[in-house]
Design a protein around this ligand. Structure first.
Ligand SMILES: *Cc1c(COP(=O)(O)O)cnc(C)c1O
Length: 401
């Protein structure tokens, strides 16, 4: 997954262009910046690479989600349906706009189960937010149909799936809006950064204004801009955008390496008949940033995790079920509504209800799932060594149980 593994001369060159002028901000200073507009260039590259009409860079993926929600008109008391398996940023963003995260079960795609989504819809529902976890995607046709039927917004959290596609379209460009993260461990990094993508001009114009204190960017200079609505500061800097610009030019290389390494490792695990793999919806192409695989039971999976740890080969293998960042089972701060300041009573009630909510169908999937992060810099020998060791440990556990 991480583009930082192939950081080099290209990134340094782009950053140096900015350092030469000293104009570190993306707006204004037209003379001294000598034609260097890295954020604008990166936005253009994003629209061309991923095939969307508009792209608005932000300071993080979390900021991109918040921005997209405001631009889509999601606010106080609105319910946003999202999966119980995601990164904490997804619900943080929902809470940040005053909305209510409604967590629902996942299926073997490792993201939203469309039947669970249907059951969660009520008169307050405003948005369905699939999170395309670990490089692959939700069943977007099913979710789009539900959105059309109930007049709901489809917002894709594609922060972890840069480069994946569904029926020929890039993930993140299929819903009313979609977001990527460019944080340090994502497919393309800016160090910190994110983007809102959309085909809707109004959503773009609002995102553009919101990320820069509501500026309309129509004045002759910043001082002459008007403020048609209240915004915030989620700007990306030119230095961060410069890194991303070098990275996006290498995306094809990253994806090719990732696919190759993913397939090589998968071939080893495929020799074990008890192992099955994450379901990719028909028409979907996985970005291959992770190889996600299932064992037959939670007990066996926990035994394999323990054995991998004993053998010193657990690094890079994620057992999300017991991980503090990604699954509802460990989000005590969310379930206890532990916030620094007061949130709305509606939000608090909804969070406290999560404590007694059951996610048995998700537990049954996440309990059996291990995701192996795919490195861009593995050699064939390293993959062979890794694959053989994993297979040996798994076989040993299976033979004893
Ligand atoms: C990384 C990530 C984010 C947030 O991105 P940041 O840039 O770290 O704020 C949001 N959602 C998911 C699923 C992510 O993996």
């Amino acid at each position: 997954m991480p583009g930082f593994e192939l950081f080099g001369a290209e990134e340094r060159k782009e950053v140096n262009d900015v350092l030469e002028t000293g104009i570190l901000m993306r707006y204004g200073f037209d003379g001294p910046r000598k034609g260097i507009w890295k954020a604008q260039e990166l936005e253009k590259a994003i629209t061309e690479t991923f095939g969307c009409n508009y792209a608005q860079l932000t300071s993080s993926g979390t900021a991109a989600l918040t921005t997209a929600m405001y631009a889509l008109g999601i606010g106080s008391g609105d319910e946003v349906i999202m999966p119980a398996f995601t990164f904490v940023a997804s619900f943080e963003a929902v809470l940040s706009v005053g909305a209510i995260p409604v967590l629902v079960d996942i299926d073997e795609t490792l993201t939203l189960n469309p039947d669970a989504v249907r059951k969660a819809i009520n008169s307050k529902t405003k948005c369905i937010m699939p999170v395309h976890m670990c490089g692959s995607m939700a069943n977007l046709d099913a979710l789009s149909a539900i959105c059309a039927e109930h007049n709901l917004i489809l917002l894709e959290d594609a922060c972890q799936s840069i480069g994946g596609t569904y029926k020929g379209k890039a993930l993140g460009t299929i819903g009313h809006a979609g977001t990527f993260s460019f944080d340090f461990v994502k497919m393309i990094t800016c160090a910190e950064g994110g983007v809102v993508m959309t085909n809707n001009k109004e959503v773009y114009v609002k995102s553009d204004g919101y990320t820069d204190h509501g500026h309309d960017h129509l004045g002759v200079d910043r001082g002459a801009d008007l403020h048609p609505f209240i915004g915030y500061n989620f700007r990306i800097s030119e230095l961060h955008a410069a890194v991303g610009l070098a990275q996006i030019r290498k995306l094809d290389t990253f994806l090719t390496l990732q696919k190759k390494n993913n397939q090589s490792l998968r071939a080893y695990l495929e020799t074990i008949p008890e192992i099955s793999f994450r379901v990719v919806p028909e028409g979907g192409v996985d970005s291959c940033s992770f190889l996600s695989w299932f064992l037959p039971t939670t007990e066996l999976t926990q035994a394999v995790v323990a054995a991998m740890k004993d053998e010193g080969i657990l690094a890079g293998n994620f057992y999300w079920f017991a991980n503090n960042w990604h699954y509802i089972s460990k989000w005590d701060h969310l379930k206890n509504s532990t916030t620094l300041g007061r949130i709305s009573p509606e939000q608090e009630t909804a969070l406290l209800q999560l404590k007694s909510a059951s996610f048995a169908p998700s537990d049954a999937i996440m309990g059996r799932c291990i995701s192996t992060a795919i490195s861009l810099v593995w050699t064939e020998e390293q993959i062979k060594d890794k694959g053989e060791k994993m297979v040996a440990v798994i076989r040993k556990v299976l033979s004893k149980n």
